[in-house]
Design a protein around this ligand. Sequence first.
Ligand code: H2U
Length: 351
Amino acid sequence: MSRSGSTPEQRQQAPEADATATTFRASEHQHIRYNPLQDEWVLVSAHRMKRPWQGQVEPPLLKTVPRHDPHNPLCPGATRANGEVNPYYDGTFLFDNDFPALQPDAPNPGPSDHPLFQTEAARGVCKVMCFHPWSDVTLPLMSVPEIRTVIDAWAAVTEELGARYPWVQIFENKGAMMGCSNPHPHCQVWASSFLPDTAQREERSQQAYQSQHGEPLLMEYGHQELLRKERLVLTSEHWLVLVPFWAVWPFQTLLLPRRHVRRLPELTPAERDGAPTGSEAGANWDHWQLHAHYYPPLLRSATVRKFMVGYEMLAQAQRDLTPEQAAERLRAVPEVHYRLGQKDRETATIA
Ligand code: H2U
């Protein structure tokens, strides 16, 4: 752990705790928690849940999306921004992003002339993957064989791009609230010539943990969560879904395979019928464990979003609800998707 204040010497410098303080309870008493994967701390202040909410309320989630819109550039048969016409695809459809943030060729910026002004070359490929020909579905509304097709496509694109680039990031910007520009179900795949920041931190942490303890950090973490049973949301024969001990977003979850899997292409057929990202590059990557982060931007319900503002921007992340309370609420969410179970309901509320 590298936070100043975590060493005994530095802890001694903290102001004296109130001698009359009652026994510590995470659900009532503020504290900071360490994220050993990304080497960060989060301030947990569960007592703030009692404050009234007078802030922004988002519009209801469910707006009717037409199943096929010939003018939507992600739909089968539609014309994209670059003039290309999409095929009438009936499963997944992968294409090069017409507005890529990373391209295979760019001149090298050359050596930096000062340590405060550093640049490095950045090369890569950006792709877009449509999950389904229909615009009015999302992954959880698709059938298991349809989702399996997506997972196989993720594994294939990871394998293809991973042979050329050290990092392949698969991500889905979901919902207008998070800046998704198109309602058609899709994700993006960005492969880069460099390890992005978060991946670098995860690499350092996992590498250090493996050399210190002789096993992958996330394998031991999953094992501990299975024993502690406080933050589990779902468990299956092959997978765990849990609210991480260090979660920042109130309803953040982490998806972990139960066995040691370094990358998506290593998933067995049985495991694929149930999961996502990967990394690539020579050397030994045994300290890596495949995992997916899910960061819903919500504070209390589907219509009250969390903003990462003042303290978060200037100091560090903070949350109100504890991860244990969030896991309890998520476990209580009905298994039937709200769009199927409650036809007339326009919003999904977790509270
Ligand atoms: P979001 O996942 O954030 O909605 O982005 C959709 C991507 O689709 C976005 O990166 C790409 C955009 O560049 N796109 C195309 O490549 N071609 C198009 O014709 C429309 C959108």
